[in-house]
Design a protein around this ligand. Sequence first.
Ligand code: 9MR
Length: 357
Amino acid sequence: MLRRLRRWYVALPVVLLVLVTLGAIAAHHDSLKGPDAKPLPGESLRRLAAARGILLGSAADDTGLRNEPGYRHDLGSQFAALTPENAMKWDAVEPKRGKLQWGGADRAVDFAQQHGLKVRGHTLVWYSQLPGWLSSGGFDAPTLRRLMTAHIAKEMGRYKGRIRTWDVVNEAMADQSGLRKGLWLDTLGPSYIAEAFAAARKADPGARLAINEIGADGVNAKSDTYLKVVQELKRRGLVDEVGFQAHFNLKGVPPSMAANLKRFADLGVDIAITEADVSVKDPGTPAQLTAQAKVYADIVRVCRSVPRCKAITVWGFTDRHSWIPDSSPGFGSATLLDDQLRPKPAFTAFQDALKAP
Ligand code: 9MR
């Protein structure tokens, strides 16, 4: 009897250890898998948007795409387009010179094709998220120009015919006036923008070419510069669509946004809202979430008020995967679904704004 008890004393810690380990593995697996998709009320956002002639997209996060069935389900069923959030940026595809890595970009394009989504390629020429070998390479202008056009040809060439619209140049305007300083402007001068677009036209003549900008949503000094740049690109037949990112907070949509979009549309280009989100301080009180819902609805209303506004992309659709808390800690909750994929007031407000006559 005593001996049997002693055996148990020895065995028990081992059994416990095994159980705890199994539990930890299961929990880890679960966190990798993410929450299951929850039933979302009403018609899908993508159908409601399509009925208004609006292509509705979301940024796609590679972790979500890779590991989370619930995330994949909602992305594939609620949206008609996706923009790879980071996977097509230069630092992602060519971290070492000449060593191309297409894993994340391929995953996004394949997912889109399998689920009937269009792709917005993002982004070919940007001052940020450049690989170190490029930004600190000290290249002279002819070399840098060759690197830029070769990059455009390689990336667009790889996905030729599979990407509807490309953000060719991103965030090229300075906040106050003129063009933004950075590798491209400093080395190549202002002509780099048109040169990038010309290279893009050549690389995939069937793709729609877009320029994209942050903080130019309303009429302001930045959007004044943007207008001039777009006017010149349009004159040369190089741009098809103009993107306004629409990263907002509870201060809301700039009152002059509709007027701003209209003055661009008058140039004969299509308009897209490309990265909409509305940041809210955590945890988001009911009153704040209601206010957030109104801002999302206003974004839809602004787009609907401009006939050439034909696409809206949200910069992530669930608080699980949003850039906001990384860049502004304490401000999560910027998207339509919470981190468990449950709809927030913004989700139904978005639907209602699409349904409204
Ligand atoms: O959402 C992106 C985030 O995950 C990245 O860390 C960040 C790096 O700069 O870029 C974010 O996306 C940006 C987009 O590519 C361009 N417009 C602003 C977006 C938010 O910063």
